[in-house]
Design a protein around this ligand. Structure first.
Ligand code: NAP
Length: 547
């Protein structure tokens, strides 16, 4: 296959030889370009969207906002950048974050190396020459010794396979593929399916516009108040004065964010009154890390977790006036924090509106989409002008598996991963030399502040490429043993926590037929970074390098 591709490369109009190909023009891909350039390497990125920004380019649904605070959710690699950028609110919304990413692309002159509107379809490695040949849907065929997959973790939107969707006469949308011109729901009858982070952010805003909003909830999720608001300028000034130290300190924390004093005792060592006061203070403060940091064992001890879960359930019961709706919204099937904790602004309050109805899509699943709306299993017909799918993504592996990644005649990556993703450190896959994954499965990625994770990965990769160049090495790949041991470790760590008790996208539970494997590394960012550093210091232990 690679010979054919090579011929096309020499014959085609879009060809080229590079030192590295980057797949993706989001936060990961842009930093990869910047870092490769600093190494003196010639790199090119392909991006499917018509603009840079990745997640923040696509997810334009009403209310889309980061749930990591804006002073944290930004690049750390350039002090002038972090000092000069001003975030208007405690949490950045989609358009502010996209504006920031575009600013970075311009400021560091990255656009010239990003080819937009281009989706990578195939990548093939030739072991004889240590060269990746990468193909795109626009007919490009380019080559490079290294390939860096910055394809994102939540970048393959998923609409469930509901029967009849093509018949629907109204308009339907997915939160992860939102029209750029926006959608006005004023006066419309709207059905919203899904109550994860996207749904929880979007529902209060659509409710304010729609004539009536029906929310179809299959699983109730825990959500905490974000307490968003205008940036406190004193906090901003203090944060900026400490930026360098805070960024360094972030590397020593489990989530990649400094400034949260670690808890010191078990929830079970506190009296009920102390616990109530503690949780109440965290609820008032806003944010998820702070809440989960109330006690040492919320994510590892079910009895401790029950105290936090029940506190939030009682909050829901206190906010939502209709007791039946409140009980339906109160999550009981998973411990708090084991599915991605949502942050909201007036989510539960929204169910007190006369124009909002919660439908139990667990008891009466959606059976099919009809011409005029949808029908649930009990035969009820709902009529809608618009349906919004907040139904999530084929997380962590979806985007990589869509690319036909092969090494000669060997199995495709998608085939290798049929039983679940396997990586060494979430950075490389055994049998796929010279291909790095940024924040790949098996790394802390989605369990951290993503930009810290991206920078740590790309810095490690850049150091590795620099070392290879120094030593005259042309090929690197993990050994099968190192990969097997790391996968085992990722699973052992997850099994020592409460995470596996939830049917979450962390285990692929949202995709029918997807193998149940715990994908992110939940052992904490600090320990993970130490492990990556030690691997490099020990001569890239677990990797084999060759000339
Ligand atoms: P999600 O968490 O996977 O939620 C998808 C929702 O759709 C779930 O409620 C799911 O129910 C429901 N659903 C799926 N198929 C369904 C069906 N056939 N019938 C009824 N309901 C169905 O997706 P998401 O909300 O887009 O969030 C994904 C991740 O993106 C988040 O966890 C977070 O990491 C990230 N995100 C972050 C932010 C932020 O920073 N603020 C915002 C948005 C997203 P079940 O739970 O029963 O499967």
């Amino acid at each position: 296959m690679s010979e054919v591709m090579e011929r096309e490369a020499s014959a085609g109009t879009h060809s080229g030889k590079f030192d590295a190909i980057v797949v993706g023009g989001g936060l990961g891909g842009l930093y990869a370009l910047h870092r490769l350039r600093r190494l003196g390497l010639k790199a090119k990125a392909f991006e499917a969207g018509s603009g840079v920004g990745g997640t923040w380019f696509w997810n334009r649904y009403p209310g889309a906002r980061c749930d990591v605070e804006s002073l944290e959710y930004s690049y750390a690699f350039d002090n002038d950048l972090q000092q000069e950028w001003h975030w208007p609110e405690r949490y950045g919304n989609q358009s502010e974050i996209l504006q920031y990413i575009n600013h970075v692309a311009d400021r560091f002159d990255l656009r010239k190396d990003v080819q937009l509107n281009t989706r990578v379809t195939a990548a093939d490695f030739d072991r004889g020459r240590n060269i990746w040949t990468v193909k795109t849907d626009k007919g490009d065929v380019v080559t490079a010794p290294f390939c860096i997959m910055a394809t994102g973790n939540l970048s393959t939107p998923r609409v469930p396979d509901f029967k009849g969707i093509e018949r629907f006469k109204g308009k339907w949308y997915h939160t992860g593929l939102w029209p750029h011109e926006g959608v006005d729901f004023t006066g419309l009858r709207v059905g919203a399916i899904g109550t994860g982070s996207s749904g929880v952010q979007m529902i209060p805003i659509v409710a304010r516009q729609a004539k009536h909003l029906h929310v179809f909830q299959r699983t109730a999720n825990f959500s905490l108040p974000a307490r968003n608001g205008p940036m406190d300028l004193e906090i901003e000034a203090r944060h900026k004065a400490e930026y360098t130290d805070r960024r360094a300190a972030a590397y020593d924390t489990p989530f990649g964010i400094a400034g949260f004093p670690p808890p010191t005792k078990s929830a079970l060592d506190a009296t009920p009154e102390e616990r109530e006061a503690q949780y109440e203070a965290k609820w008032a403060e806003g944010g998820s890390i702070s809440f989960l940091y109330s006690y040492t064992d919320i994510l590892v001890n079910k009895a401790s977790n029950d105290t936090a879960s029940e506190f939030v359930r009682n909050k829901i019961r206190g906010i939502v006036k209709d007791p039946v709706t409140a009980e339906l919204l109160a999550p009981k099937d998973h411990p708090i924090g084991t599915k991605r904790l949502c942050l909201d602004t007036n989510y539960y309050e929204t169910y007190n509106r006369d124009n909002v109805t919660l439908v139990n899509a667990r008891a009466t699943p959606i059976e099919e989409i009809t011409e005029n709306g949808l029908r649930t299993a009990d035969g009820t017909e709902y009529e809608f002008d618009a349906i919004v799918f907040a139904t999530g993504f084929d997380a962590m592996t979806g985007a990589l598996k869509e690319i036909d990644i092969r090494v000669g005649n060997g199995p495709a990556l998608a085939e290798k991963w049929e039983g679940g993703p396997t990586t060494y450190l979430g950075l490389m896959v055994a049998g796929f030399p010279n291909m790095f994954t940024i924040t790949g499965p098996g790394s802390p990625s989605v369990k951290t502040q993503m930009i810290v994770a991206i920078e740590q990965h790309m810095d490690w990769i850049a150091d590795c490429l620099g070392t290879m160049r120094q030593r005259g090495m042309a090929r690197i790949e993990p050994t099968p043993d190192a990969e097997r041991d790391w996968v085992q470790h990722v699973n052992d760590v997850a099994d020592s926590t409460l995470y596996p008790l939830a049917n979450s996208w962390y285990v692929g539970a949202n995709i029918p037929g997807k193998p149940r494997v715990f994908m992110p590394y939940v052992g904490g960012f600090a320990g993970y970074k130490k492990k990556c550093d030690a691997v490099a210091a020990n001569g890239y232990e677990g990797f084999s390098m060759s000339k």
